[in-house]
Write a protein that binds this ligand. Structure first.
Ligand code: MSP
Length: 647
């Protein structure tokens, strides 16, 4: 049977930028889906690349005394090399300076020009060079770029325009009728809001005398193409010229992953360019959030840009891949800190994942010399584990459709917990004591090994190296990317008789001392060490930003509320944190009726140690202000999705 094509893309990165965790984030996210879809039997095409034209590149090349082409030839390699280190499985890497791309850009320009979709006029307006974006007077915020806040340059020249404005009505309709076209929902609303204003035509040219580094317009070689009009076309130029794109089977893309800052260029410029060219729109554009570092925006001048190569050297590839997608729900902003990273390594990876594999292999070695035994009959005690496997596999598949990475991992970890509980409950060490018990022991260890195999396949898209190590230790020769999801649809695929062997710990714990050293070493820039800064701040009764960031404040949506019996003050709440639900007790019963609370978004202190109140556990605290007897819950004056960081 012919495999179903599946096309997924990342933005193409500005070749001048030093690759950082923000770039790695989108690329890893796309890689995970690409790997999963391959396991599920799709014909996957995963594309990434570099954006190599424009004023910034021309300037940087000039400063380094190189011809622009030499400059980009040298620089684009940094991205390629990083993707190799991160085990990114892209099928192609497109560069906008390649002929195959330039040809299609010129083909589309000529078509649109001949069809009257492009015209020339005098243009007076503003240009933000770092973002390579045009703005009108009314777009500016305090005279600066509305996107990045930087200074804009005034431009007054004759240019070519794409008739983008005429596309507004059908675009609004398309977005309204196709819920998945722009995700997450909050971003979709943002674009619908933007489209309430009249839509301007798009300036798509730059006079050559000011900017020579670009693709010459096919109908006027005094001009080069505006860098965004050029760059967006990469998503289709990779499939060949216009007729070939339709036949390739890969267009429209299933997912185009981007950061929230480039949503307008994708959902408005790109969508209207496609429509005018006669091509269908992508099925989904997903705009993820931005990473800050210890609560601050990443910036070269602050010196806090997290360099992925250093992280890989220190922690290994899979740890970083896991952390970035587990820590923050895709779509929300997130904060990177080494402390949070070490926390995840110790709790999720060493304690949970490492533990299940280790104890299974250890007992197989001890009781069966490493030979995987034949399972005896399956009993009542085995059923929950097997049922959990089926449930998790099914839910994970649904969650992939929503790109809910963090939820996918939480789900897989539910199965891991089930595996660890299974071993605790069946207590193989007791079974080993009697001959009768040994029969049962064979089944228990067979099932534990099978659980490890299912987990290896489920985590493979996120942690391919780990999955291969697990397979090897379980005695399975076939590398995981040659396997398929089919093998986990039915319990019991792993062959009795396989020779398992315990290797080194896949995720050793980072002990407190080592963690302290790492944290000291990564204290940002020329700041005094964290300990000194703290003493300084304490003197004045102040706290540092690091102190503040220790409090994990999150948006939480109240799902259920009921009064606690025998308590005058307490209300028991169930709140949604995006990736999990929590029970929280709040002393607000004298100020609010439970029914008033349901559906409200509140602020939760999410990393507070759980406490028991009136015999019930409270897993966090919600914030409220008070004045005498008056209590008012803290909140927001607009809608926010649950789970976002509050700072
Ligand atoms: N070249 C354009 C994209 C053209 S696509 C046809 C561009 N390049 S970029 O290198 O500046 O940014 C690429 C991506 O990196 C964007 O999606 C952007 O959102 C993302 N990130 C840059 N900094 C980021 C963070 N701090 N956090 C997360 N992603 C961030 O824009």
């Amino acid at each position: 049977m012919k495999k179903k094509p599946f096309f997924i893309t990342t933005p193409i990165y500005y070749v001048n930028d030093v690759p950082h965790i923000g770039h790695a984030y989108t690329t890893i996210a796309a890689d995970v889906v690409a790997r999963y879809k391959r396991l599920a039997g799709h014909d996957v095409f995963f594309l990434t690349g570099t954006d190599e034209h424009g004023q910034k590149v021309q300037q940087a090349a000039g400063q380094s005394g190189k011809a622009p082409q030499t400059h980009v030839d040298d620089l684009h390699v940094r991205f390629k090399e990083l993707w190799t280190r991160f085990n990114i499985s892209n099928n192609d890497f497109i560069r906008t300076t390649e002929d195959r791309h330039k040809k299609v850009v010129r083909e589309i320009l000529l078509k649109l020009f001949n069809e009257g979709e492009i015209y020339q006029k005098n243009y007076k307006g503003w240009y933000c060079m770092p973002d390579e974006r045009f703005w009108t007077e009314k777009d500016l915020v305090n005279g600066n770029c509305p996107e990045c806040g930087r200074k804009v340059d005034q431009i007054d020249e004759s240019n070519y325009f794409f008739k983008m404005g005429q596309h507004r009505d059908w675009l609004v309709e398309h977005i309204t009728q196709n819920e998945n076209f722009i995700q997450p929902k909050s971003r979709r609303n943002e674009i619908l809001g933007f489209l309430k204003q009249p839509l301007e035509d798009l300036c798509i040219s730059r006079p050559k005398e000011r900017l020579a580094w670009g693709i010459p317009l096919p109908f006027d070689d005094e001009y080069v193409t505006y860098v965004w009009f050029d760059a967006l076309i990469n998503y289709i130029s990779v499939h060949g010229h216009l007729e070939q794109i339709k036949d390739s089977g890969y267009w429209p893309a299933a997912h185009q992953l981007i950061g929230k800052d480039i949503l307008t260029t994708h959902s408005v410029y790109w969508a209207t360019m496609l429509k005018a060219t006669g091509l269908p729109l992508p099925q989904n554009i997903f705009a993820h959030g931005w990473w800050t570092v210890n609560g601050q925006k990443m910036s070269k001048s602050v010196g806090n840009v997290v360099e992925p190569n250093h992280l890989i050297d220190q922690f290994g590839v899979d740890v970083i891949r896991y952390f970035l997608l587990r820590e923050v729900p895709f779509g929300l902003d997130g904060d990177f800190s080494h402390k949070a990273l070490i926390g995840r390594i110790n709790s999720d990876l060493a304690n949970n994942l490492g533990n299940l594999l280790n104890r299974t292999l250890n007992m197989l070695k001890k009781y069966f010399k490493g030979d995987l035994p034949n399972p005896d009959t399956t009993g009542d005690e085995d059923a929950p584990l097997i049922a959990k496997s089926a449930e998790v596999i099914k839910e994970v598949d649904t969650l992939y459709g929503e790109l809910a990475y963090s939820k996918i991992l939480a789900k897989i970890w539910e199965f891991l917990d089930a595996g660890n509980i299974y071993i605790n409950d069946t207590a193989p060490w007791n079974l080993a004591k009697s001959d009768e018990g040994k029969k049962r022991l064979a089944t228990v260890l067979y099932n534990s090994a099978e659980a490890c195999r299912v987990i290896a396949i489920l985590i493979a898209p996120f942690m391919p190296e780990t999955a291969d190590k697990m397979m090897e230790q379980l005695g399975i020769d076939t590398p995981v990317d040659k396997q398929s999801l089919d093998s986990i649809q039915k319990w019991g695929w792993i062959k009795p008789g396989s020779q398992t062997h315990q290797g080194p710990q896949i995720f050793p714990r980072i002990e407190d001392k080592a963690a302290a050293k790492i944290l000291e070493a990564v204290t940002i820039g020329s700041d005094p060490p964290a300990s000194e800064k703290k003493a300084e701040a304490d003197d004045k009764g102040q706290i540092t930003i690091e102190d503040f960031m220790k409090v994990d404040l999150r948006t939480a949506k109240i799902l259920e509320a009921e009064k606690v019996k025998k308590s005058k003050k307490l209300i028991k709440l169930k709140v949604d944190l995006g990736t999990e639900q929590r029970q929280v007790l709040a002393g607000i019963a004298e100020a609010y009726e439970p029914e008033q609370l349901i559906g409200r978004t509140v602020i939760l202190v999410a990393n507070l140690k759980p406490v028991k109140l009136m015999g019930l556990e409270s897993q966090g605290m919600i914030l409220a202000g008070s004045d005498g007897d008056t209590i008012i819950l803290g909140g927001f004056d607009g809608e926010l999705p649950p789970g976002g960081r509050v700072k």
